[in-house]
Design a protein around this ligand. Sequence first.
Ligand SMILES: Cc1cc2nc3c(=O)[nH]c(=O)nc-3n(C[C@H](O)[C@H](O)[C@H](O)COP(=O)(O)OP(=O)(O)OC[C@H]3O[C@@H](n4cnc5c(N)ncnc54)[C@H](O)[C@@H]3O)c2cc1C
Length: 296
Amino acid sequence: MDFLRPASWEEALAAKAEHPTAVPIAGGTDVMVEINFDHRRPEYLLDLNRIGELSEWEVGQEKVRLGASVPYSSIMDHLRAELPGLALASHTVASPQIRNRGGVGGNLGTASPAGDAHPALLAADCEVEAESVRGTRLIPIDAFYTGVKRNALEPDELIRAVHIKKADGPQQYSKVGTRNAMVIAVCAFGIALHPETRTVRTGIGSAAPTPIRAKEAEDFLNAALEEGGFWDNGKIITPAIAKQFAALASGACNPIDDVRGTAKYRRHAVGIMARRTLGWTWEQYRGAGRTLEGAA
Ligand SMILES: Cc1cc2nc3c(=O)[nH]c(=O)nc-3n(C[C@H](O)[C@H](O)[C@H](O)COP(=O)(O)OP(=O)(O)OC[C@H]3O[C@@H](n4cnc5c(N)ncnc54)[C@H](O)[C@@H]3O)c2cc1C
């Protein structure tokens, strides 16, 4: 196995163009597990750790440009206000050691349906900045996950950054696992309220072949909130609306039975998490200094 150690982003792109089968390694918290268990024996490893800019982020007017290798611990420490859903999801990843090494670029590279960043990224809305010697493209997150542990990257492309919409309202992340730490999600749910566009977005993890949004649930809720004037009057969302949102979120799942949980349990749990996280975020929204006249 050859170890390629580019000193700059340009060198990394050139190396990937020359060796498209080279496996990039950032934190190594997925790659090294696969190599240690002999699940993968790549001819080339492409070490991205000398490229400092991959561990940097920029907070812009509307978006955060998050370098592919920014570790989860930095997201938790520095981007909680801008990316609350992703910060909450980061909290649930593994242990401090893994959170200091692993990052969103690696989670996207692996594209496991159980990856914790995905539901938060889907709910917040973002684009993946993919680059090769041929140029740069922004892949909408909805188009990024193409199958079980498959993504939309071309063989010569690397992830440079992720452009994530800054929170304009409350966000939440909920994960079911057998214990609080060091656990792969049985299933997970992310939600983001976007008061500016009067929309709600969701993300579901570990309950379908890829991370997905619960689009029907979103459409239903967006129409119900609009119809009832909820964004303006700040009323408590009725139990009937919350129940239907949960049922549609549950219906969006296409899970399997595996060692971590049954398909039936996953569908049920996603419904519960959808209802709870909607309740939590809506309470935050109602309490966030908006006019509550007429609120129930
Ligand atoms: C003990 C343990 C517990 C874990 N618990 C969790 C958990 O709770 N939740 C969770 O989501 N994950 C968990 N993981 C998995 C892992 O930590 C995450 O997926 C993490 O985000 C991977 O990031 P990394 O930088 O270490 O990726 P790496 O291992 O370096 O790479 C992962 C994949 O992404 C590719 N890649 C990396 N960077 C780029 C890039 N810039 N461009 C293109 N491709 C790239 C690699 O080639 C590889 O295919 C756990 C892992 C371990 C070992």
